[in-house]
Write a protein that binds this ligand. Sequence first.
Ligand code: TYM
Length: 361
Amino acid sequence: RRVVFSGIQPTGVPHVGNHLGALAQWQRIVKEAAAQPADSRDSLFFSVVGLHALTVPQDPIRLAIERRDMFAVLLALGLADPAAGAVVFHQDQVPEHAELAWYLNTVTPVNRLMRMTTWKSKLATIRNANSEDEIDDSMLQLGLLAYPVLQAADVLLYKTSHVPVGHDQSQHLELARDLAQIFNRAYPGRRKDGKGKGKGVFRVPEVMLTTHPRIQSLRDPGQKMSKSAPHPSSKIFLTDSASEIHAKIKSAVTDSTAGVTWDPANRPGIATLLQIYAGYSDRAGGVEEIAARYSDAMGIMRLKTDLAEIVSESLKGFRDEFARIRTEEGYLAAEERRGAERAREAAQATMREVRAAVGTT
Ligand code: TYM
């Protein structure tokens, strides 16, 4: 049986890039699982990863709001469906994540972490911010370097077989796969019958890359659409109103060639609009076919109008549900408790095995 795990940082409301890149795939997995017979159903874990958010400075009051909102987002997307064996929970309410991360730290080569593109780009940003090439000690913390180890712990803790993510996470998950193997070799444990060495605690997880490409920023098509980018108009939030969606798509940066063509290398702005269109219409994948319908002189304008309509319609159900759930404090708190309990049960079982294999019990 499959065990699916994935996580999202509670740093702001998710945007259509997060949705097409990851969350829509989670929704699909939940739907499929709900249709499976109960006795052979997959286990699905979707986590709001608050501990990861702490690797950059956070305002405590804002973080408290954002992690709760992200939880409400995942509920509103229908991801906590008991009929599908799906659990939504806060990573920071399950202490086993941090515990396992420590065990994994002890077998992680530091060089592997220093080769991560996320770490290197952070270093580059800090170097650029400082005129001399000297790095201010207070700007780089161990937690940021160790971020991918915590992510590996998230995944391995549930003996996960499948991790649905966007393309930007593949390097992190490659590390998770390697750490599973390194740890299994270092601590094979005993066979259940007591005769000889075991095979180790962890399953080596498979990455399920989304079929959607990385969605780029609406303002700067060279950059990915990012929760942390300062400009709200660079991204469409899942919670945006219909009029906000229309305004953002209308002002999206395109180019001065008339008519729509599929040419991602030379027309990245148009390509992003087509990708979002394909993602939210039933003709997913048909970017070229969609482009052909808008090839006339007024094509870009028509594309934008239709796209705004499609996105806004697709997100309407979610928007209403989110607005409703967000105000139901009691329901949210109960779901948070339920999720944490279910996740913790699985997490504790794995940690018992880890401790036994290592000799810390
Ligand atoms: P995060 O919170 O940055 O993003 C959540 C998911 O959204 C995808 N994504 C995108 N996909 C397409 N286009 C974009 N512009 C775009 N931006 C983000 C990401 O690939 C991701 O799947 N490190 C992770 C969180 C994490 C995690 C885990 C994921 C922590 N532990 C364990 C999987 C398993 C992160 O920062 O995702």
